[in-house]
Write a protein that binds this ligand. Structure first.
Ligand code: NAG
Ligand code: NAG
Ligand code: NAG
Ligand code: NAG
Ligand code: NAG
Ligand code: NAG
Ligand code: NAG
Length: 627
């Protein structure tokens, strides 16, 4: 619009020029061009141009700048051919400068600069002209801040005060707009906005706006904010406050009651914590009751919203109700929970006492425990499960069946609730040896330790057929082990040893026989006469040969053994492991060789009590490599 006006003016002016040019002698019109308005921000620099123009050639004689506030003008700058000076004591003395093209610069701009600035130019005979610029000053306000009352807003109120938004020190007066859910709010039945403006001593404006609005429970989270809109040079601007949460008061509509501990099933002896929460704000008063059929409900002592039942019993099972009362709204809401206290009685065994059963007999023991839910029973003997029913049935019992049995009752649906009880099964009967007979390989003169182990109940007594160093040990409640330590003689080897195990129900006898290790050698290249006694030297040679042979066989044996261990030679292991020996190490290698001569002929065989072994027997001799 201004542009249009100036364009019209220009045409008019040009026409004048044309006329003046034709009508000689008339004074030309002197014109000063200045912007009608100029915007500047406080603290920045304002630059006001002043451009003279005339149709004729002219010389500038002076330039003056004035500031004008509501009609009263004051010179602030003067310039002619001789001098250029800034007027003293004007408020602009140190803030202005004028350039060669008469442009006025004000820096820094203050709020008081919102006024007119006049530029007057004299051109001697050409006359003089002036024009003015209106300076508009702007100052951005502070970020708007929302204050909400923390004492709570009731959803029941007609149009309660919600919040106040304040923005400080703006110029000119900034505007505040309220938003809810990003929608600007307007005065209506539910909403009223009241703003107040305070002019500070600095001349700047502080605006505060108070919002009154009917709220619902849903309005409590981050919905409201205010926005300040203001003008700055060349642009309209705005700033938003932070979103605020409101403290709203609303009645309880729903109550939630739950067991917070234990987190799984409840057992007798547990401490149970029940919490009750209403969805109102502030939280309602809570009280707990135990529901009793046919009588008044029992009020429980609780700590605010928490009810603690310590060391619960099965009688504490039942229905618990939580009732809330909203003082603010006089509303009552309740909720209930059913508590099941699981329990498991002591284990009952039938028969109750340790049980005797005769060897070969049958026995059944029943295990029971009463619980609040389905139970599961297992029987264990030395941590091995022997039965998964409540009846433990042992048929045709042996001594191995004797021992301690434990019945464990659990409740699969209730973890950590279990009971157990142990009982002892005694198998009565006459003694029995663990091994029927023993044969022991011994060296003459060796001290051997012979063992007899017998089972029976009452526990058997072990006696021996010959004297020796005896010890007897109780292995368990129905097994005893007798040990006899004695030196092997030929007589003993021939006769063997027998042990007897006896108790009140009978006795058994077992013979342990001895086999002497026998060593033979192959015939020498020069056969010796059977009758001729061997000379001492040849005896020595034979012994050396025997030793060498033993060594060779030992090496051979070791190789064979190694191959056997490696699985190269398939072969069964010797099973004679029950033989107990004090002497004669396990590494003993027994070497026997077949010979054409009889044992006596060699004179080396110290006959086994005169008994001759058949040759065929010797053919079965083996290399015994004990591992
Ligand atoms: C002031 O300057 C404006 C812009 O150049 C011009 O349009 C206007 O006519 C001038 N006013 C006077 C009184 O010279
Ligand atoms: C301007 O001033 C100069 C010298 O000061 C003079 O020569 C000239 O004539 C003047 N022009 C006019 C239009 O007065
Ligand atoms: C403030 O609001 C008034 C009225 O709606 C409007 O005239 C004015 O231009 C606004 N000011 C700003 C800075 O937006
Ligand atoms: C408003 O409440 C929400 C949810 O309770 C929370 O996440 C957010 O941080 C709160 N905002 C403010 C400004 O307090
Ligand atoms: C033990 O039970 C088995 C079968 O369960 C039965 O055959 C046997 O006769 C019973 N023995 C005795 C002594 O009852
Ligand atoms: C055992 O020794 C005792 C005396 O020490 C003797 O009377 C008894 O005959 C011996 N018994 C045997 C079997 O040698
Ligand atoms: C015989 O051996 C057993 C175990 O092997 C041992 O307990 C006992 O003391 C031994 N007896 C003698 C007399 O060495």
């Amino acid at each position: 619009m201004a542009l249009l006006v100036s364009a019209v003016d220009f045409c008019f002016f040009s026409l004048l020029m044309l006329l003046s040019g034709t009508r000689k002698g008339e004074t030309a019109r002197f014109l000063v061009s200045m912007p009608a308005e100029l915007e500047a921000a406080v603290g920045e620099t304002a630059v006001i141009t002043c451009v003279p123009s005339i149709s004729e050639a002219f010389n500038i004689t002076y330039v003056q700048w004035f500031s004008s506030d509501r009609g009263s003008r004051q010179r602030i700058y003067y310039m002619d051919q001789n001098e250029n000076s800034t007027d003293k004591n004007t408020g602009y003395t140190n803030r202005i400068s004028v350039s060669d093209d008469f442009t006025l610069t004000i820096s820094p701009v203050t709020l008081q600069d919102e006024r007119s600035f006049l530029c007057q130019i004299g051109a001697g005979p050409a006359g003089n002209g002036e024009n003015k610029t209106e300076l508009r000053i702007y100052k951005s306000p502070s970020l708007p801040v929302v204050h909400v009352s923390d004492k709570g807003i009731s959803v029941n109120d007609e149009r309660p005060e919600i919040a106040t938004c304040v923005t400080k020190n703006g110029y000119p007066t900034p505007n505040i707009t309220w938003y809810k859910d990003r929608t600007p709010m307007k005065d209506n039945d539910e909403t009223r906005i009241s703003a107040s403006v305070v002019k500070e001593s600095s001349g700047l404006y502080t605006v505060s706006s108070t919002l009154y609005h009917r709220v619902t429970k849903e309005d409590r989270i981050e919905k409201f904010y205010c926005e300040v809109s203001y003008r700055m040079p060349g642009a309209d601007k705005m700033m938003e406050s932070e979103r605020v949460n409101l403290t709203l008061h609303y009645p309880t509509e729903e109550v939630n009651v739950m067991v917070v501990s234990p987190t799984d099933e409840i057992r007798e002896g547990d401490n149970v914590t029940i919490k009750c929460k209403g969805d109102g704000n502030p939280e309602p008063e809570v009280s707990f009751f135990k529901i009793k059929e046919g009588e008044d409900d029992e009020e429980m002592e609780s700590n605010e919203d928490t009810l603690i039942l310590s060391d619960v019993k099965r009688t504490d099972s039942g229905r618990y109700e939580c009732r809330t009362f909203d003082l603010l709204y006089s509303t009552e809401v309740s909720a209930a929970i059913t508590l099941v206290v699981n329990h498991l009685s002591e284990v009952m065994l039938t028969p109750e006492k340790p049980t005797d059963v005769m060897l070969g007999g049958n026995l059944t023991i029943y295990c029971n425990a009463l619980g609040s839910q389905k139970t599961s029973v297992i029987w264990k003997k030395k941590n091995h499960v022997v039965a998964k029913t409540n009846a433990l049935t042992l048929t045709d019992v042996t001594y191995q069946s004797a021992g301690d049995y434990t019945c464990e009752v659990t409740m699969p649906s209730v973890p950590r609730l279990s009971r157990k009880k142990a009982t002892r099964v005694i198998v009565k009967g006459a003694p029995e040896f663990e091994l029927k007979a023993d044969e022991l390989w011994v060296h003459e003169g060796e001290i051997v330790n012979v063992t007899c182990k017998a089972m029976g109940y009452p526990r058997p007594e072990i006696t021996w057929s010959i004297n020796g160093t005896m010890t007897q040990k109780n292995v368990n409640h129905h097994t005893s082990a007798g040990h006899l330590s004695l030196q092997v003689t030929q007589e003993l080897a021939a006769a063997g040893v027998s042990c007897t195990a006896s108790n009140s129900l009978g006795s058994v006898n077992k013979k342990i026989s001895f086999q002497l290790h026998v060593v033979t050698i192959p015939p020498t290249s020069a056969p010796v006469s059977a009758k001729a006694p061997l000379q001492k030297e040849s005896k020595g040679i034979i012994i050396v040969v025997v030793i060498v042979c033993i060594l060779v066989f030992a090496i051979l044996g070791a190789v064979l053994y190694f191959l056997y261990k490696k699985g190269k030679i398939p072969c069964g292991r010797s099973g004679k492991k029950d033989i107990t020996k004090t002497n004669g190490s396990k590494d003993d290698i027994v070497v026997e060789m077949k010979t054409d001569k009889t044992a006596e002929q060699t004179g080396l065989l110290q006959g086994m009590n005169g008994e001759k072994k058949p040759v065929g027997d010797q053919g079965e001799k083996y290399i015994d490599l004990r591992s």
